[in-house]
Design a protein around this ligand. Structure first.
Ligand SMILES: Cc1cc2nc3c(=O)[nH]c(=O)nc-3n(C[C@H](O)[C@H](O)[C@H](O)COP(=O)(O)OP(=O)(O)OC[C@H]3O[C@@H](n4cnc5c(N)ncnc54)[C@H](O)[C@@H]3O)c2cc1C
Length: 459
């Protein structure tokens, strides 16, 4: 009998799951990808803006984790992987650009010295004396990054170093994010008995200093290169504009329901690769307990203003700018794309991205207002670097109102419970389960596909 698998969600997770299923189940399997939007890719989105091509969602991947690099090589795209140039991001605080604190773990500094004049003398003493104060850490306890770092290093270190880093990656701030969720290696060091936060951070920065080579990579042509290759290699039926409203148990498998009717039918197994709040709706009949847990995860939205500057326009000598949360700015970060990525500078006009919004601070203003905020903030950042306000030739606003799942303290334990309560033949994957980065999503897609294959081939 023909094996039939439904994949719900056509972001990088769903596409990777479909591709992996094709490889494992062979050419005869029917693999249908249901995607609510008119295009696959989800938060991977490459757009033409004037004379430039911009990634307006994710724009890079960590190459020190194996999953993304292994996948692009497997797809024959290895030669298209490029590295960032040598420039580093700056930190905006107190109306000035500062060097990014290094060494640090997600902005948690290895010492007071690395914060330079981002903090005052009282904070410097607090941080320097931290190893002498006893540390109250309970292994496994759900602690927020804010609670930990405020207690040990003070408020300024959080607002001017930790929040800018976390805000960029998780679209949420330190007080809302769990230590074990966002910095598992740090939590592990503390669980293992590190006597202080300084000691735990020091052990991690020493370990990462011993690893050479770039941390990030991206693909020539943008993330569209990857999504197109996955669509092709999965040889799946791509059902665009087909939101799934429910999955029901039927004899021998699952019925997938979509109001458009396309692809509706019965499948031997289902991979659900949509954000958890949508997965909760999809699974509220077939997996009630799982759905209840997933439904409690909140979305952390954001928006990106992509700008193409006049040819030859000068930009600060940085790869980007992270903004302190007590700096009174509206933007949270700027990626100076053609500074960060030399391959983009070779082939197109100067481009940059200005990012806004985070958990609890949704971007609700209209596009015109958002662009004017970007222009105002850029004038300040460029001015501080001794440059004129940039002339913007073309602009695009990309909103991600749902964006990323909120990695609250205790989130990962809840996701483990959600997975455990799944019926056989249903797998969950995506940014909620093992980290929000693209490599983590790819890893989770591979595991979901493996679970489904094991189930389908068990007899
Ligand atoms: C602005 C921004 C920048 C980022 N930058 C980076 C970066 O540089 N590097 C990095 O590694 N990560 C980055 N990330 C994170 C990364 O992009 C995401 O975690 C990852 O792309 C999520 O992929 P996914 O497939 O799990 O989910 P999504 O991309 O959200 O895809 C889910 C898909 O499911 C569809 N869907 C939803 N509901 C239904 C339904 N009921 N039926 C059918 N389909 C449905 C959606 O339309 C969507 O296409 C960034 C995220 C954001 C928001």
């Amino acid at each position: 009998m023909t094996v039939r698998v439904a994949v719900v969600g056509g972001g990088v997770t769903g596409l990777t799951a479909a591709y992996t299923l094709r490889r494992e189940l062979g050419a005869d399997a029917v693999i249908d990808v249901f995607e609510a939007d008119h295009r696959p890719g989800g938060l991977l989105c490459t757009r033409e803006v004037g004379a430039a091509r911009l990634d307006v969602g994710a724009e890079a991947f960590i190459v020190r984790r194996p999953e993304a690099l292994a996948l692009v090589r497997e797809l024959g795209l290895g030669d298209l992987v490029v590295s960032p140039g040598p420039l580093r991001p700056a930190l905006w605080s107190g109306g000035r650009l500062h060097p990014l604190p290094v060494p640090a773990v997600m902005g948690i500094p290895g010492s007071a010295a690395v914060l330079g004049d981002l903090v005052d003398d009282a904070d410097r003493t607090l941080i320097d004396d931290e190893p002498t104060r006893s540390l109250d850490w309970t292994p496994g306890a759900p602690v927020s990054v804010g609670a930990l770092v405020r207690d040990r290093f003070g408020d300024a270190a959080v607002a001017r170093s930790v929040d800018p880093m976390l805000g960029g990656v998780y679209s949420a701030l330190a007080d809302d994010l769990g230590v074990a969720e966002t910095m598992p290696a740090l939590a592990k060091a503390l669980d293992a008995g590190a006597p202080s936060l300084t000691a735990a951070v020091g052990s991690l920065t020493a370990a990462s200093a011993a690893v050479s080579g770039p941390v990030f990579g991206t693909l020539r042509g943008g993330y569209r290169t990857l999504t197109n290759a996955l669509v092709r290699a999965s040889d799946a039926r791509m059902l665009a504009d087909s939101p799934v409203t429910g999955v029901r148990t039927v004899p021998g498998g699952y019925a997938v329901e979509s109001p458009t009717g396309s692809g509706e039918g019965e499948y031997g197994a289902v991979v659900v690769a949509v954000p958890p709040w949508h997965a909760a709706d999809v699974l509220d009949t077939a997996a009630l307990e799982t759905a209840a847990i997933l439904g409690r995860v909140r979305p952390a939205g954001s928006a990106v203003v992509g700008c193409v500057l006049a040819p030859g326009a000068a930009m600060p000598e940085q790869s980007g700018i992270l903004v302190a949360t007590d700096a009174g700015m509206r933007s949270k970060a700027v990626t100076l794309s053609t500074r960060k990525w030399p391959h983009l500078a070779e082939s197109g006009p100067p481009t940059l991205r200005v990012s806004f919004g985070r958990l609890g601070e949704p971007v609700t203003v209209d596009d015109q207002t958002l662009v004017s905020w970007a222009v105002d903030d850029l004038a300040e950042y460029f001015g501080a670097a001794g440059l004129p306000a940039p002339t913007i030739d073309d602009v695009v606003v990309q909103r991600w109102p749902e964006g990323l799942p909120h990695y609250a303290p205790g989130h990962l334990a809840a996701m483990t419970d959600a997975q455990r309560a799944l019926p056989e033949g249903v797998a969950l994957a995506g940014a909620a389960f093992d980290g929000v980065g693209v490599p983590a999503c790819i890893g989770s897609a591979r595991r979901a596909a493996a679970r489904v294959v094991a189930y389908l081939t068990a007899e």
